[in-house]
Design a protein around this ligand. Structure first.
Ligand code: PLP
Length: 387
């Protein structure tokens, strides 16, 4: 008889990213599903990794992170977001954003607390809340601009926040829709949380991939929000190094203290040579991340240009390296079925948006990753245009 266990995460299966990537591998489809670049990190960065690996930086790093890396992150944060960060008490290096998100939730959420996420929501948030004994409240984004833009419904958020709300998790620039926040949005958020006891967790892993000269409005740039916010980010997207899993969490001392209590027993410390290498590269080559918007905007425009004669409806993404395509004119199938079918039969893998939603509302939309070399994008676009 098969053995079973009373699962702590009964609703969790294999993530859609693994499912679709596996299907793409099995069928030989072009994989535009999972969000990872098909190109290498900058050589200036990998050279520094080799240097530190070979010069003895191979033992445990300090629990909060290598000081040089924390200093480099603080320098970048002050320059770009105009907030001076105390590297002793306000920055912790963690194992990718995933650990930053998980450790934050475990540190703050108590049994019975409510946590608000915005659908479509990145899939690691809810399991972390469930493991902490909390309850996830899903607030759907609203679709504006004739079906092209996603935005927070502020009234709905205000109605959902209550005395049990412990945490609101935000993710802007937003995966999968590319939605961004502007200064007025931060003010609106501040009004809503002003007289509440809730904290904010801001997942900003796409902080450097934002287009059309829009600035990234980090929650930590806002004085009032900063008092109750933990910002989590990652170098995976910024340096084409999703396999390294080096991220960080920036928060005021009282929140960083709680974060570190979990972090030190979750991962304790993060890869030492990688941290030194990223510290060096941040200091020596700030132009790399400064030019990232132009780099990915060119990819976005290339991909969208290739699809201009297709039957998909699209608006070029405002941020991230994902393009949403609306297939309403091509098929009436649901997005999960279609994503699988097109992987198997058309040879292009994508991610259906409904898997990020408690109550599907995103309609006929699929997410395609354009962090790929031009030949891959051309081959995928040719297939998509044939539909
Ligand atoms: C919105 C979002 N948050 C977090 C992560 C995880 O980041 P990391 O790989 O640094 O753990 C991802 C990765 O795709 C993401 O898209």
């Amino acid at each position: 008889m098969a053995r079973t266990i009373s699962s702590k995460l009964p609703k969790v299966g294999t993530t859609i990213f693994t499912v679709m990537s596996q299907l793409a591998n099995d069928t030989g489809a072009i994989n535009l599903s999972q969000g990872f670049p098909s190109f290498d990190p900058p050589q200036g960065l990998t050279d520094r990794v080799a240097h530190h690996l070979l010069s003895g930086a191979n033992q445990y790093a300090p629990m909060a992170g290598v000081p040089a890396l924390r200093a480099a992150i603080a320098e970048k944060t002050e320059r770009l977001q105009h907030r001076k960060i105390d590297i002793e008490h306000e920055i912790t290096v963690c194992c990718g954003a995933t650990e930053g998100l998980f450790s934050t939730v475990q540190a703050l959420v108590r049994a019975g607390d409510e946590v608000i996420v915005f659908d479509p929501a990145y899939d690691s948030y809810e399991p972390a809340v469930t493991l902490a004994g909390g309850k996830t409240r899903h607030v759907s984004l609203v679709i504006e601009n004739n079906g092209f833009d996603f935005a927070i419904d502020w009234e709905l958020l205000a109605d959902t926040v209550n005395s049990k709300t412990r945490l609101i998790i935000l993710n802007f620039p937003h995966n999968p829709t590319g939605a961004i926040l502007r200064r007025a949005d931060l003010d609106r958020l501040a009004e809503i949380v002003r007289n509440t006891g809730c904290y904010l967790l801001s997942d900003e892993v796409y902080e450097h991939i934002i287009f059309d000269n829009e600035p990234h409005c980090s929650l930590l740039s806002h004085d009032e929000l900063w008092e109750r916010t933990l910002v989590v980010s990652s170098f995976g997207k910024t340096f084409h190094t999703t396999g390294w899993k080096i991220g960080y969490c920036i928060a005021p001392p009282y929140l960083s203290d709680e974060f570190r209590k979990v972090h030190q027993f979750n991962t304790f410390a993060i890869s030492t040579p990688m941290q030194h290498a990223i510290a060096d590269f941040l200091a020596s080559d700030p132009d790399f991340y400064e030019q990232l918007p132009a780099f990915y905007q060119a990819k976005r425009d290339f991909f969208c240009g290739l699809l201009k004669d297709s039957r998909f409806r699209l608006q070029p993404a405002r941020s991230t390296f994902f393009q949403i395509l609306d297939y309403a004119e091509i098929s009436a199938a649901n997005d999960l079925e279609l994503a699988k079918l097109w992987t198997q039969e058309l040879g292009v893998a994508s991610i259906p948006l409904t898997v990020f939603c408690e109550h599907p509302f995103t309609g006929t939309r699929l997410r395609f990753c354009f962090a790929k070399d031009d030949a891959t994008l051309e081959a995928a676009a040719e297939k998509l245009t044939s539909l």
